[in-house]
Design a binder for this molecule. Structure first.
Ligand code: GDP
Length: 176
């Protein structure tokens, strides 16, 4: 049993971003491989977990915290992300304002969160590219300048969702 001899690393991951960009949908896709066009907003969810096997000896377990829609009503308490090891900051490629909001979340994390936090930027709803408002190259350049991982994702079609979380897992500090 490879797992028994291997190591399990656990990290707290938070999702941030404007309302309706698809944060809960990305979590639902990653954790349950499901998508719901008509889903209700998250209400008071705690957290979900999902594991990724990087190799026979290394398993990463994410404890994933969604905002429970609180960003709609008030600013999120710093308590939400204070002890996070990693963050996915999400925008919607069809909503220009959502990238500005994502950038302000990144700034807040870089000021207030753990200095070693691993941050990924996700441009979600890539299946709606006919309505694209945000250039992929522009977002990639911003991410590179800022030291963020970057993926364009679709929670709907599953494009790049596993890749996003796997690349975060690979960037986490794991002992050799
Ligand atoms: P949240 O408020 O950021 O958690 O956003 P939700 O996950 O609740 O998603 C908001 C709306 O966008 C819902 O109607 C989802 O079905 C839809 N949605 C989420 N992700 C995608 C996606 O990748 N593609 C498309 N076309 N719709 C999406």
């Amino acid at each position: 049993n490879a797992h028994a001899s291997g190591k399990l690393y656990q990290f707290k991951l938070v999702l941030l971003g404007e309302s309706a960009v698809g944060k809960s949908s990305l979590v639902l896709r990653f954790v349950k491989d499901q998508f719901d066009d008509y889903r209700e907003s998250t209400i008071g969810a705690a957290f979900l977990t999902q594991t990724i096997s990087l190799d026979d000896n290394t398993t990463v377990k994410f404890e994933i915290w969604d905002t429970a829609g609180q960003e709609r009503y008030k600013s999120l308490a710093p308590m939400y992300y204070r002890n996070a090891n990693c963050a996915v900051v999400v925008y919607d490629i069809t909503q220009a304002s959502s990238l500005d909001k994502a950038k302000s979340w990144v700034k807040e994390l870089q000021r207030q969160a753990d200095p070693n936090i691993v941050i990924a930027l996700a441009g979600n709803k890539s299946d709606l590219s006919a309505r694209r408002a945000i250039d992929s190259e522009e977002a990639q350049a911003y991410a590179t300048d800022t030291g963020l991982l970057f993926f364009e994702t679709s929670a709907k079609t599953a494009v790049n969702v596993n890749e996003l979380f796997t690349s975060i897992a690979k960037k986490m500090p794991l002992e050799q």
